[in-house]
Ligand binder design. Structure first.
Ligand code: PLP
Length: 369
C-alpha cells in the first residue's frame, strides 16, 4: 500500500454516516442551489472567524478573484503577493485584469518577506495579498501599517490556514477580506470544490453576492457590472457545515502528526518547519528541506512512499507568467527553496504506525544518501 502526502479514505470511513446524511438532507430539501445549507454555512463560517459576513463560492481561486473585485481591484491596478505560493493565487489576480507583483520570502519560515513590501509599492498598487502559506500566518503588523499609510486594502489568502492564529487573531479576520478554499486536501476540505470569501464590510459583502451570481442583485437583473457564476453548491455547503464543527479536531490531529515528525526526525539533517513569532501552525502541509531533495524522493519510492513538492516551480518562473517579466534570479530565496523542499505525509487520520514507517524510511534514506 503506497503512502501519499494526503489520503482521505480513513476519514471518510469515520464520517461516512454524517457525510451521506448531509447529501440526503440536501437532496430531500427541494432546494439544490443557494438554499439553507449555503446560507447556514456562510453564517457559521463567518462566526467561527468573528467576521460579520461570509459568501460561499465555487472554489478558492474564485474566492480570491471575487474578493479582489469586490474590493475594487481591476485592470491597471497592482496587487503585491509572493511567488512561493500555489499558482491559483496569481491566476486569480490575473483574472481581475490587475498585475501581480512579487516580493521574496523569508529564509527561515518561507513566508512573505514583509521588509520588501515598501519598495514594491507604486502609485498603481491597490491591494496587499499575504498568503498564509503551509498553515501559518504572514507577519501582519507591517502589512497593516503599510496598507494604512498608502490607503491600500488587504486580502488574505487563507486557502492553507483555516483556524491558524497570529498573535491570537484568526487567519481571515485580519484583512478587509479573506479567501478560503475547501479543495478536498485543505484543512477544511469538501468532497469536491468549494470556497468562501469573508469580510466585515457590508459593501464588500454585497459586491461578493452580486459577483458570484452573474452580477445580479435581484433575480434576472445585472446591476453594476457583469459578474460570474461562482456559487458554492448546496451539497458541499452542507458537508462543510458538518465538518466545520470538527475543524478544531482536524487541526489537533495535524498537530499531533507534526509533533511526531519533530520527535522522529528532529535529530536528522532535514530542516523541519519553523514556527514564526506569534503564530500557531495548522500544518496544511509539512514541508521539510534538504539540498538532496530529489535523491531523497526518488529513494523513498522503493519504500512505497510517494511525496510531492509544494511547490517545485515558483510562479514567476512558469512559462504562463512570462509576461510578468521576472527573470530567473529575481527572487533568489524563493528560487533556492523550490529546489530543496518536499512535503511529508500530513492528514489528521494518518495513523502513528503508518507515520512511523515513513519516519524510519526517511531516516534510512538519509543514512545511506
Ligand atoms: C488551494 C489554494 C488556492 C486555490 O484554491 P482552489 O480551491 O483549488 O481553487 C489558492 N491559494 C492557495 C495558497 C492554495 O493553497
Amino acid at each position: 500500500m503506497t503512502t501519499y502526502v494526503w489520503d482521505y479514505a480513513a476519514e471518510y470511513e469515520d464520517e461516512r454516516d454524517d457525510i451521506l446524511d448531509a447529501v440526503d438532507q440536501v437532496f430531500r430539501s427541494g432546494r439544490l442551489v443557494l438554499g439553507d445549507s449555503v446560507r447556514g454555512f456562510e453564517e457559521e463560517f463567518a462566526a467561527y472567524h468573528g467576521v460579520a459576513h461570509g459568501v460561499g463560492v465555487d472554489n478558492g481561486t474564485n474566492a480570491i478573484k471575487l474578493g479582489l473585485q469586490a474590493l475594487g481591484v481591476g485592470p491597471g491596478d497592482e496587487v503585491i503577493t509572493v511567488s512561493n505560493t500555489a499558482a491559483p493565487t496569481v491566476v486569480a489576480i490575473h483574472g481581475t485584469g490587475a498585475t501581480p507583483v512579487f516580493v521574496d520570502i523569508r529564509r527561515d519560515d518561507f513566508l512573505m518577506d514583509t521588509d520588501q513590501l515598501a519598495a514594491a509599492i507604486t502609485p498603481r498598487t491597490r491591494c496587499l495579498l499575504p498568503v498564509h502559506l503551509y498553515g501559518q500566518c504572514v507577519d501582519m503588523a507591517p502589512v497593516e501599517r503599510l496598507a494604512a499609510q498608502h490607503g491600500l486594502t488587504i486580502l488574505e489568502d487563507c486557502a492553507q490556514s483555516h483556524g491558524a492564529r497570529h498573535h491570537g487573531r484568526l487567519a481571515g479576520s485580519m484583512g478587509n477580506a479573506a479567501a478560503f478554499s475547501f479543495y478536498p486536501t485543505k484543512v477544511l476540505g469538501a468532497y469536491g470544490d468549494g470556497g468562501a470569501t469573508i469580510t466585515s464590510d457590508p459593501e464588500v459583502e454585497e459586491n461578493l453576492r452580486r459577483l458570484r451570481y452573474y452580477g445580479m442583485k435581484d433575480r434576472y437583473y445585472v446591476t453594476r457590472m457583469p459578474g460570474h457564476n461562482s456559487r458554492l453548491d448546496e451539497v458541499q455547503a452542507e458537508i462543510l457545515r458538518r465538518k466545520l464543527g470538527r475543524l478544531d479536531q482536524y487541526i489537533a490531529g495535524r498537530r499531533a502528526v507534526a509533533e511526531r515528525y519533530a520527535e522522529g526526525l528532529g535529530d536528522t539533517d532535514l530542516v523541519l518547519p519553523r514556527l514564526a513569532e506569534g503564530n500557531d501552525h495548522v500544518y496544511y502541509v509539512y514541508v521539510a528541506r534538504h539540498p538532496r531533495r530529489d535523491d531523497i524522493l526518488e529513494r523513498l519510492k522503493a519504500y512505497g512512499i510517494e511525496l510531492n513538492i509544494s511547490y517545485p516551480w515558483p510562479v514567476h518562473t512558469q512559462a504562463g507568467f512570462a509576461d510578468l517579466g521576472y527573470a530567473q534570479g529575481s527572487l533568489p530565496v524563493t528560487e533556492e527553496l523550490a529546489g530543496e523542499i518536499f512535503s511529508l505525509p500530513m492528514y489528521p487520520s494518518l495513523t502513528p504506525e503508518r507515520q512511523d514507517k515513513v519516519i524510519s524510511a526517511v531516516r534510512e534514506v538519509l543514512r545511506t544518501l
